[in-house]
Design a protein around this ligand. Structure first.
Ligand code: BES
Ligand code: MN
Ligand code: ZN
Length: 465
């Protein structure tokens, strides 16, 4: 995608995407040229699309108007929504008239970024195996300032988020732990990132008993991955950590219905996407991307309820439920991140059904052990137009998972599940580590269908400055 022009004089052949506010008039020159007052026809209400055919009056076929409502009320979140709506109407190359959407609080640069990201997001379709993916229709931006850099920012976010959706939507037989590793290798090559791959042998030597316990029931090997992005000179390293269960059957505590459990690797896919976007934007930061990946299945060697597991941290865990596998792989990944030297960690995981019950696919559950770190992230969430809600960590939740045979159990039941899981994870976070845990069980996909790429934008924005 590119900038089509620096001026309003446009005589190209591409359709025009024309954002219009209720309290503004359509450019008089357009009306003069068309020969009738389309102000009376175009629906300027928020999120309404009106297509006007130029019938030979212009060198292009049509003007597609997208209503933005009142200019005094518009928000960036609404702009995203409207831009996604109009993007779905774009079937042939078009030029987006960015300046028409500019208001006092949202400048041409932001408008351009929002449009390009929304357009790419809207163009994504779940890939049907064996069928070609439709090529994306070319869209250009008309602006009276140089917005090429903004186009590239929008592209970085849009393509990065779609990359996560592609990985996540791929069925579990074609997105195994090995396939996650392949994706990481490809990413490392493309962006010249350092990649450490820990296989079962290495994990055994290290004593990463958490991920290995979950892996016992799978015929495929497990992996812990560390991608290293270092463009921050001597700054300290942050880490983003993702749960990569490529399929969660529940194990011996088998799920009655495991529909949608191919999405149990969305945390890992998001980590890959975040690294890709940071590298695309050449962000001046140092970040580790850590992934723990295995299937959670059943065979004759699978881990069982009441097994006692020694994790990488040396803390021991009594398995209450083999279906609480996410925290078993994550605890080792969190320990590993801290061993690498990260003292600011964000993890994201499709961790608990309880979080989905509480917040549906609307809000992501947010947990943190540090108020300043949380407050910063909460502001970033707002600036990124994503929704997260803080839920409690508390030692009282730990009392519930006391164990006679180990330091604690991995779970206890359904009540308070999201906070119990998070409080469990906190046991693997050192005092001087700032930590945010995002439970994306409800928000990573829509009820077992269609990955969303949730939280990628916010985490990138949190890390990049
Ligand atoms: N992957 C699931 C959580 C999940 C549930 C994600 C629904 C998306 C939609 C996780 O591994 C799990 O099974 N959690 C259990 C924990 C319980 C055994 C304490 C759950 O939430 O039921
Ligand atoms: Mn599970
Ligand atoms: Zn799971």
């Amino acid at each position: 995608m590119r900038q089509a022009s620096y001026s309003f004089i446009y005589e190209g052949t591409q359709d025009i995407i024309y954002p219009i506010y209720e309290d503004r008039n359509i450019c008089p020159k357009v009306i003069e040229r068309l020969g009738y007052d389309i102000n009376l026809i175009v629906d300027k209400k928020f999120n309404q699309v009106t297509t006007i055919h130029t019938l030979g009056k212009y060198s292009y076929e049509k003007i597609i108007f997208i209503g933005l409502g009142r200019s005094t009320e518009i928000t960036t979140a609404q702009m995203r929504e409207a831009f996604i709506t109009v993007s779905k109407q774009i079937k042939q190359p078009a030029s987006f008239d960015a300046k028409r959407a500019v208001v006092e609080t949202i400048d041409i640069h932001k408008v351009t970024q929002l449009f390009i990201e929304s357009y790419i997001y809207a163009s994504y379709k779940e890939h049907v195996i064996g069928h070609d993916v439709n090529e994306m229709v070319e869209v250009n931006v008309m602006a009276n300032e140089n917005v090429q850099a903004d186009i590239e920012i929008g592209e970085a976010y849009g393509h990065g988020i779609n990359y996560e959706r592609t990985l996540a939507d791929t069925p579990a037989n074609l997105m195994t732990p090995k396939d996650i590793v392949k994706a990481a290798i490809q990413l490392a090559k493309e962006y010249d990132l350092e990649l450490t791959i820990l296989d079962n042998q290495k994990l055994t030597e290290m004593g990463a008993g958490g991920i290995l316990a979950v892996n016992q029931g799978s015929d495929l090997p497990a992996y812990m991955l560390a991608l290293k992005y270092n463009h921050g000179n001597n700054q300290s390293y942050s880490a983003v950590v993702g749960k990569g269960i490529t399929f969660d059957s529940g194990g011996y505590n088998i799920k009655g219905n495991s529909f949608g459990m191919k999405y149990d690797m969305c945390g890992a896919a998001s980590v890959l996407a975040i690294m890709k976007i940071l590298a695309d934007m050449k962000a001046n930061v140092n970040v580790y991307g850590i992934i723990a990946t295995t299937e959670n299945l059943i065979n004759g060697s699978a881990y069982k309820p009441q097994d006692v597991i020694t994790t990488l941290s040396k803390k021991t865990v009594e398995i209450f439920s083999t279906d609480a596998e996410g925290r078993m792989v994550l605890c080792d990944a969190l320990t590993y991140a801290q061993q690498l030297g990260a003292h600011q960690i964000i993890d994201l995981a499709t961790l608990t059904g309880a979080c989905e019950v509480a917040l549906a696919d609307v809000y992501t559950g947010v947990f943190s052990n540090d108020d300043d770190y949380f407050n910063k992230f909460n502001q970033v969430l707002k600036d990124s137009d994503e929704k997260g809600w803080k839920l409690p960590l508390d030692n009282a939740y730990l009392d519930k998972i006391k164990s006679n045979s180990a330091d604690f159990k991995n779970s206890i039941g359904r009540v308070g599940g999201a906070s119990i899981a998070a409080s469990f994870l906190q046991q693997f976070i050192e005092e001087d580590t700032k930590w945010i845990h995002l439970d994306i069980a409800g928000t990573a996909d829509h009820g077992g269908k269609a990955a969303t790429g949730v939280m990628i934008r916010s985490i990138v924005n949190m890390l990049k400055d």
